[in-house]
Design a protein around this ligand. Structure first.
Ligand SMILES: CC(=O)N[C@H]1[C@@H](OP(=O)(O)OP(=O)(O)OC[C@H]2O[C@@H](n3ccc(=O)[nH]c3=O)[C@H](O)[C@@H]2O)O[C@H](CO)[C@@H](O)[C@@H]1O
Length: 373
């Protein structure tokens, strides 16, 4: 079997593709997998690191806010629509896939469209309750549109052939064990706080977490791992300005991107993060207590709705960005750790929401589509 994947822009689109690809490779070690991503996107690093062949095409998205710079970018995007289709077509011709799987993000558009024109079976996966623009466009002609949340169907083309699968989570996340992960990370018996602001990081979360790290360093009560993101290069200097010298605190660790997320998640006692769809599925798979800070800058405020689905089931705490300060975050963390039963019940309730067989369901759909069912 030869499978072509396309999806990218943020890890929220890349990691589901890697989860599906990883599962299929476990089931069928002879499978040939190729991943097409966008030149310059996070997928350029993440996909080869996961051991899959990768090719890129040049593509960009339309900028909605009008400015001179954005007009120029939008003209480039129109040019890319044509050139990227040609690039995608050439890669597809060379690779000759049996099926093409799209997981959202601009790059999936030209790849899946060209595959469909070439009569190659094409299926897409939507991670959110509110679908992204690429999947909305592709859903009309896709052989199957796989959904994480049934509600997404009402925003898709009426012709979409929808099937509910849940979000695919990487096997490494599902399997990671707390005790083994804590040992591998060199942690001691104090609680571990894990924080990050989505796959790209978030300025406001960095600023609030800086306070939490300073306070944590003084009290020495916690161990902490924080991912500050690709635009957060200023974060280490902020800590220095605040007088925090991390070399004196070996179990306080900051990094631009957390590459060993399965271990870090398994080891954590409390996770502070955005409410992107895949992050939430991972929290559920690992049954972790969390403080969710939804991004207010996403289509239809969908991260708030993602978060509330957990908060309403007492499976996470929420701190809205408008209420987020160093002080409000420190207080909520203190309150939670004062109440160990609360931390444990948030984790248990999160786990009860997990859909752990999404990879199996998607694998079955791939086989059915290939068999013409
Ligand atoms: C601002 C934005 O557009 N966010 C969207 C984006 O979020 P984003 O790209 O942040 O996606 P998710 O929260 O869904 O997934 C993030 C993934 O990155 C991993 N990770 C993150 C940080 C890190 O340092 N290391 C690491 O490995 C997480 O474990 C997870 O697997 O895609 C999601 C899925 O379509 C959407 O729900 C989000 O609304």
């Amino acid at each position: 079997m030869r499978i072509l994947f396309a999806g990218g822009g943020t890890a929220g689109h890349i990691n589901p593709a890697l989860a599906i690809a990883g599962y299929v490779r476990e089931k069928e070690p002879d499978v040939k997998i190729l991943y097409i991503g966008a030149k310059g996107g996070m997928e350029e690093r993440l996909v080869p690191a996961a051991g899959f062949d990768f090719k890129s095409i040049t593509i960009s998205g339309f900028q909605r806010k009008l400015s001179l710079k954005n007009v120029k970018r939008n003209i480039e995007t129109v040019v890319h629509i044509f050139t990227s289709s040609r690039e995608a077509r050439n890669i597809i011709r060379d690779f000759q896939p049996d099926i093409c799987v799209g997981t959202g993000g601009y790059v999936a558009g030209p790849v899946l469209r060209e595959a469909m024109k070439m009569k190659i079976p094409a299926i897409i996966h939507e991670q959110n309750a509110y679908p992204g623009i690429t999947n909305k466009m592709l859903s009309k002609h896709a052989d199957k549109t796989m959904l994480a949340v049934a509600d997404a169907q009402k925003f898709l083309d009426p012709a979409a052939k929808c099937v509910l699968t849940g979000n695919p989570v990487r096997q490494a996340v599902i399997r990671a064990d707390r005790a083994a992960s804590r040992k591998a990370l060199g942690l001691d018996s104090r609680p571990l706080i894990l924080s990050f602001g989505g796959s790209q990081g978030a300025r406001k979360i960095n600023e609030a977490v800086a306070e939490l790290l300073v306070k944590g360093a003084k009290s020495d009560r916690f161990q902490h791992i924080h991912g500050y993101g690709q635009w957060g290069g200023w974060f280490p200097d902020l800590l220095k300005e605040k007088g925090l010298n991390l070399s004196e605190h070996p179990n306080m660790d900051i990094r631009e991107y957390i590459h060993n997320m399965p271990e870090c998640l398994a080891a954590a006692d409390l996770v502070i993060c955005r409410a992107g769809a895949i992050t939430l599925s991972e929290l559920q798979a690992q049954g972790k207590a969390s403080i969710l800070i939804p991004s207010p800058n996403v289509a239809e405020n969908h991260q708030y709705h993602n978060a509330m689905a957990m908060v309403d089931r007492h499976a996470a705490a929420i701190l809205e960005e408008k209420d987020l300060t160093g002080a409000s975050l420190c207080k909520l963390v203190d309150d939670l750790f004062k109440d160990p039963d609360m931390i444990s019940s948030l984790g248990k309730n999160a786990r009860s929401m997990a859909i752990l067989d999404a990879n199996q369901r998607i694998y079955r759909i791939i086989k059915e589509v290939l068999a013409g069912i």
